[in-house]
Design a binder for this molecule. Structure first.
Ligand code: COA
Length: 165
């Protein structure tokens, strides 16, 4: 098992992994396009294979999580990648981590809430609009739920200085 920050040698494999899991190398969030394979992140491998990947983008001292996938679910991989990322955000001086997900992703929404994320807004119909630009976005997701809305989730991070108090 090896977990760590993305290295240049990982990059070649990333776009195939992203495309396999997200139907395209491009991720759309709040109407903006990102290429996660060019961004920073954390990766976990077992026997050389990628079993977990988290990518993020930092701007204005806020970290946006772009993608999170664990190919072996329920084994703590997603949690470990998230915890490493939260520590990274703190070390970069970010006070907020946020992400967008979609209304069908009931399990990840629960997973994020367990970590401490709150749902801060719901952008109705945004996925329907994104699908016009990126037709690969499926119409139905988990348990046949129609994918229509974008949910914004946020985690506020206490800076290191608070720990000394
Ligand atoms: C969401 C996702 C990243 C979670 O990753 P994961 O590795 O399965 O997550 P973990 O194993 O750390 O935690 C999942 C659950 O298993 C439990 N768990 C943690 N360690 C465990 C272990 N060793 N054995 C069994 N269960 C465990 C956790 O309590 C957690 O429960 P919760 O969902 O009720 O909070 C993963 O399910 C995934 O890739 N989903 C598909 C892609 C996706 O939807 N990504 C999010 C986009 S917004």
């Amino acid at each position: 098992m090896a977990r760590g920050e993305l290295q240049p040698a990982d990059r070649d494999e990333l776009s195939a992994f992203i495309e396999q899991h997200w139907h395209s190398p491009v991720i759309m969030s709040r109407g903006r396009s990102f290429y996660p394979h060019d961004e920073e992140g954390f990766i976990e491998r077992r026997d050389g294979q990628i079993v977990g990947l988290l990518t993020y983008h930092v701007e204005n001292q806020e970290m946006e999580i772009l993608t999170l996938n664990a190919t072996l679910e329920g084994k703590g991989i997603g949690s470990a990648l998230m915890l490493a990322t939260i520590e990274k955000a703190r070390s970069l001086g970010c006070q907020k981590i946020w992400l967008t997900t979609t209304n069908d992703r009931l399990k990840p929404i629960g997973f994020y809430q367990r970590i401490g994320f709150r749902m801060t807004s719901i952008n109705l119909g945004v996925v329907d609009e994104a699908r016009k630009i990126k037709p690969q976005i499926p119409e139905f997701g988990e348990r046949g739920v129609r994918i229509q809305d974008e949910i914004v989730m946020e985690l506020h991070i206490k800076p290191y200085i608070d720990e000394a108090k």
